[in-house]
Ligand binder design. Structure first.
Ligand code: NAP
Length: 266
C-alpha cells in the first residue's frame, strides 16, 4: 500500500479508538524558535492531532528564554496529570543545551522517543519499521545498512533494526566510498538519513530485491528532494515527499495514544 493510504488507514484506526474516550489524550508541543521549518512541522502535528481526536496545545516561548526556565516548564509538564505526552520542538536557541532538554523529559511522556530511557520508540525509526512490517517485510537475518548516525534517526533506527534481528551496518561520513559501495551492493534494507540530495543514485549497484528507505528532506529552490534518486531498480523505494515524513508524524500520534494508555492503566 502506498504510504499516504497506509497513514490514512492508521489514522482512522486511531480516530475510532479515541472517539469513545471521555478523557481525551492530551499532547503539548513546546516551541522555542522562529524556524519556518519548525512552524510547518508543528502545524502538521497539530492538524494530525485534531484529525485523530487528540487534544493538542502549543506553548510558544520567547527565544531569549534561559535554559533553567525551560527546564522548569518541562518539570511542570512531567508532573501535570492532564498532559499525557509532550515534545520540545528542535532546534533550540544556542543558550540551551539540547541534550539536557531531551533528558529532562520524563521517559513516560517522551513521545518523540529521544530520551535514552524513553518508554516509547523514536518516531522516525518506529514509522519505518511499522510501515515495512505492514508491507510484509521480514527483518530477521537481513543485511540492513543505515547511512547516517544521528541521535534522532541513524542510531535509533540501527538499534530498532537490531532488535528485529537484522544484521546492521551503520555507515557515516568517514566510511570510505569503496566500503560504502560494497555495503550498498550487499544490503537487503537500506535506510538513508544523510541530508544530501540524491546521495544514493544510479551509479551504485543494488540487490534487485532491496528495500530503500529515504529519510532525507532536502529543500533546493523551494522543491523537496530525498537522499535517494527516484526510480532505482529495486523492490521497494519510499518516496519524498509523501514518505517517511508522514510516517514520522503518524508515529507521534501513536506514541501519544500509547503514553495515554500507560498513564490511565497506572
Ligand atoms: P544529521 O544529524 O545532520 O546527520 C547526518 C548523518 O549523515 C551524520 O551521521 C553524517 O555522518 C552522515 N553523513 C553526512 N555526509 C555523509 C556522507 N557524505 N556519506 C555518508 N554519511 C554522511 O541529520 P539527521 O537529523 O539524521 O537527518 C538526516 C536527513 O533526514 C535530513 O535531510 C533531515 O532533514 C531528514 N529527516 C527527516 C525526518 C522525517 O521525518 N522524514 C526526520 C528527521 C530527519 P557523521 O556522523 O560522520 O557526521
Amino acid at each position: 500500500m502506498i504510504i499516504r493510504e497506509y497513514v490514512e488507514q492508521e489514522k482512522n484506526k486511531l480516530k475510532s479508538l479515541i472517539a469513545p474516550l471521555q478523557l481525551k489524550p492530551h499532547l503539548v508541543i513546546v516551541q522555542v524558535n522562529d524556524d519556518p521549518g519548525s512552524n510547518t512541522y508543528i502545524r502538521g502535528k497539530l492538524n494530525d492531532a485534531t484529525e485523530v481526536g487528540i487534544e493538542a496545545e502549543l506553548i510558544k516561548l520567547p527565544i531569549t528564554i534561559e535554559e533553567a526556565e525551560l527546564l522548569s516548564l518541562i518539570e511542570k509538564l512531567n508532573i501535570d496529570p492532564k498532559v499525557h505526552g509532550f515534545i520540545v520542538q528542535m532546534p533550540l536557541p544556542k543558550q540551551i543545551n539540547e541534550e539536557k532538554v531531551k533528558r529532562a523529559v520524563a521517559p513516560s511522556k517522551d513521545v518523540d522517543g529521544f530520551h535514552p530511557d524513553s518508554k516509547l520508540v523514536a518516531c522516525t525509526p518506529k514509522g519505518i519499521v511499522d510501515y515495512l512490517t505492514s508491507e510484509g517485510v521480514q527483518f530477521q537475518g537481513k543485511n540492513a545498512l543505515v547511512i547516517g548516525r544521528s541521535n534522532i534517526v541513524g542510531k535509533p533506527t540501527a538499534k530498532l533494526l537490531l532488535q528485529k534481528n537484522a544484521t546492521v551496518t551503520v555507515a557515516h561520513s568517514k566510511t570510505t566510498s569503496e566500503a560504502m559501495r560494497f555495503y550498498v551492493a550487499h544490503a537487503d534494507i537500506i535506510v538513508v538519513a544523510v541530508g544530501h540530495k540524491y546521495y544514493l543514485d544510479r551509479t551504485y549497484t543494488y540487490k534487485k530485491d532491496a528495500i530503500l528507505v529515504d529519510v532525507g528532506i532536502n529543500r533546493v529552490d523551494g522543491v523537496t528532494y530525498g537522499d535517494i534518486e527516484p526510480g532505482l531498480p529495486v523492490l521497494l523505494q519510499t518516496p519524498v515527499p509523501g514518505g517517511i515524513g508522514l510516517l514520522t508524524r503518524l508515529s507521534l500520534m501513536k506514541n501519544l495514544y500509547e503514553a495515554y494508555q500507560n498513564a490511565i492503566s497506572n
